[in-house]
Design a protein around this ligand. Sequence first.
Ligand code: GCO
Length: 255
Amino acid sequence: MNKLFDLTGKTALITGSSRGLGFSYAEGLASAGANVVLSAVHKKTLDAAVTKLKNQGYHVTGYVMDVSKEEQIIDTFNQLDKAGIQIDIVINNAGIQHRQPMVELELKDWQRVMDIHLTGTFLVSREAAKRMIKRHSSGKFINICSLTSEQARPTVAPYTAAKGGIKMLTRSMAAEWGQYNIQANAIGPGYILTDMNEALVNDKAFDTWVKNSNPAKRWGKPEELIGTAIFLSSAASDYINGQVIYVDGGWLAVL
Ligand code: GCO
């Protein structure tokens, strides 16, 4: 592995990483040499994910953490402190989707999407950055944006607002933390074959729309996001800050 992309000696926390894209990111960073800290809401799926990566020979630990709950985030970082685990890389991946027209949307559903995506990204990053700055170490934040960070479609307003906010929060993190040799960037996945999108894949009209809306004429695969995650976690991106890299088959590049 070229030293530029080598994560040996680094420890990465990936939120929402017991399955889906979060697990793919964790597996990818581990394959590049990182120690990985998985986190998720449900202990059973988290433990299974830890075991799966340990069986591949990777250095893995797992912490139950609901990023919509500040007290759990603070407690997790205190546990990491006690365990002597210093986080160098954070991938703020935890997320949900809620598809409903705004006129029918209840505040609790709006708030839950915001709490997990936008506020969760802020709170986890705040706790990690505090420690990076205090120990004078470098740091990497990879937030997860979306095509909806740039363009909207009906029925996903809270997700769209949150993803747009994450794009600007990423720039705020770059603005405040760049001076400490911390880089904050984001990955903007296109339409990827994930559990969260299963209903869309199975909707013939939506599937056709996705395939006709990007030059690749197909859905993306989770493993196609790993290279960008490693890049943004590595020394290869030390002079990149506040950027969103769209891994979307070219969707946003074309009319
Ligand atoms: C949706 C999808 C999208 C994708 C992705 C696109 O309902 O439109 O869930 O939000 O997941 O974010 O970039």
